[in-house]
Ligand binder design. Structure first.
Ligand code: IDC
Length: 500
């Protein structure tokens, strides 16, 4: 008898455990559904990107900043936040070809490719789509000329070889063609045919994103004479602070002509990536794109001190962000993407708690005031070191220095990329600055960022932009850079000085 009972008991226990296991497996399967597991390989049909079942699939992505610039945000933990808390299904890996350790301007190519591998692996593990972006911009080293084209073919041949069996990798072959970098539609087409040809020999069906003239705005021009071949989409970029209705009109014209578009980069700042945000134009853009089933990817995942950065500049965390860690752009984006962080339920619960929070907050503020007082005291004590005076920058109180960060030859001219640092040596705050850089021989402007530049024969005068104008005592501004070209090799900098 006893034995029998025992056996029966064991049987019951066994079935119970089995049910538990099965139940858990179904649960984890649903919980484990990812954008890629649900949609499979993407392709292009008509003016839409579609999933494996042929239904319109809207990319909702986040772009990294430059991979050499902010490599710390390329990780599984960060991308998982984008997927689970921000509502993104795609990551774009932006690899500059010229600026800041660019792939074609002396940047560490092996390190850049290792970053891409890391990014693709993270996205693949998370079931997210990933765009490998050849981020041409201010490069006057002719990205559409023979040297640029060969570099792109070499790069994408390698990428396609590695990722041909991935169903989640997209290739973006030229971020933003401009007249300055030689990107007329004719030149882009010739380049695209060559680069696409190279990719297609290895990977027959991955989606390829092709940039369009004038910083990927003239999709209407591309629509008049599209490329042949399947699974191609054309890049449309906008920054809502600058690009409004007339640019949506261009998009509408292109769509009407049957051109498939993807907004592989956008922001709600102005076109510089900085300045005030225009959320109402941003909202108009998103509803326009939703209406047409067009996907979009937001610029940029970093804490850079610029309004298009999606994280607050004070936030040092590289993943595990709360809503309060996000910049205004970031908060707006998460709301648009319907991410968990902006969830309505979460909102109401915080509202209920908020009255409590304010009172505690008040208490902490009063504590803070005492803290402030003590800091004030200490600052007074140390005031011999720094002062609250604001003065103009002179050669005496500030120092300018330039550093070569890359150089190359395009077959005709010699290009050099520089980084400029302006250091405030004094104990006073500087209200502004102006730097003169003198070369041995004449230079031509080929690219610049984060400053206002005047080029004249062999000198460049550089003035700040709004956010790097003031320099606190003993501090420096960095992150300013430019590219010059010379007719002769080895054109050295004679002097870099702070001038009045
Ligand atoms: C900007 C970055 C900025 C960096 C600059 C370099 O936001 O931090 O100093 O590039 O030139 C684009 C480009 C994108 C730009 C962005 C904002 O694709 O690289 O990033 N933008 O200017 N096209 C339109 C705007």
């Amino acid at each position: 008898m006893e034995r029998r009972y025992k056996r029966k008991g064991l049987l019951w226990l066994g079935s119970f455990v089995l049910i538990l296991i099965l139940g858990f497996a179904t649960l984890t399967c649903t919980a484990g559904a990812t954008p890629v597991s649900e949609n499979g390989a993407l392709s292009v049909r008509g003016t839409h990107i579609v999933n494996a079942r042929g239904n319109t699939f809207q990319i909702k992505g986040v772009s990294t900043h430059g991979l050499a610039w902010f490599p710390e945000y390329v990780s599984k933990a960060a991308f998982q936040d984008l997927r689970d808390n921000w509502g993104a299904n795609t990551v774009r890996l932006a690899m500059y070809t010229a600026e800041y350790g660019g792939y074609c301007s002396g940047g560490d190519q092996a390190a850049l490719k290792a970053k891409i591998d890391e990014g693709v692996k993270a996205a693949t593990d998370l079931g997210m789509y990933v765009i490998i972006d050849w981020h041409i911009l201010n490069d006057n080293n002719q990205p559409f000329g023979p040297a640029g084209q060969n570099a792109a073919i070499g790069f994408f041949t390698e990428m396609a070889g590695k990722y041909r069996n991935h169903n989640n990798v997209l290739y973006e072959i030229c971020n933003e063609p401009t007249s300055a970098n030689g990107g007329s539609w004719g030149n882009i087409k010739a380049y695209a045919n060559a680069v696409i040809g190279a990719i297609r020999q290895i990977d027959g069906d991955a989606i390829i994103i092709v940039g369009t003239p004038t910083w990927s705005q003239d999709v209407d021009v591309a629509a008049q004479s599209p490329l042949s071949g399947g699974n191609l989409v054309y890049a449309l970029h906008f920054y809502a602070g600058t690009h409004k209705e007339s640019y949506r009109q261009k998009a509408a014209t292109a769509i009407q002509a049957g051109l498939p578009l993807l907004v592989s980069e956008f922001g709600i700042s102005d076109a510089s990536g900085n300045g005030s945000l225009n959320t109402s134009e941003g909202n108009k853009w998103i509803s326009f794109l939703n209406q047409h089933g067009i996907g979009y990817v937001a610029w940029n995942l970093s804490n850079k001190n610029e309004s298009s950065a999606l994280l607050k500049s004070s936030v040092k965390k590289t993943s595990g962000w709360s809503l309060s860690n996000l910049s205004k752009s970031g908060k707006w984006l998460v709301k648009k993407y319907g991410g968990k962080l902006s969830g309505k339920a979460a909102d109401t619960s915080t509202k209920k708690k908020s009255s409590k929070k304010t009172t505690t907050a008040k208490k902490t503020t009063s504590k803070k005031t005492t803290a402030k007082k003590t800091t004030e005291k200490t600052t007074k004590k140390t005031s011999a070191k720094t002062s609250s005076k604001t003065v103009k920058a002179t050669a005496k109180n500030a120092k300018a220095s330039v550093q070569v960060t890359g150089s190359w030859f395009d077959g005709q001219r010699y290009y050099t990329q520089y980084k400029l640092t302006v250091k405030n040596k004094s104990k006073n705050k500087l209200s502004g600055w102006k730097v003169k850089v003198k070369f041995q021989n004449a230079v031509q402007q080929s690219g610049d960022w984060n400053g206002k530049y005047t080029f004249k024969s062999n000198t460049i005068v550089i003035k700040p932009v709004s956010y790097n104008k003031k320099i606190a005592a003993k501090k420096s501004v960095t992150d300013i850079g430019f590219i010059v070209s010379s007719a002769v090799p080895d054109n050295k900098v004679v002097s870099a000085k702070v001038v009045k």
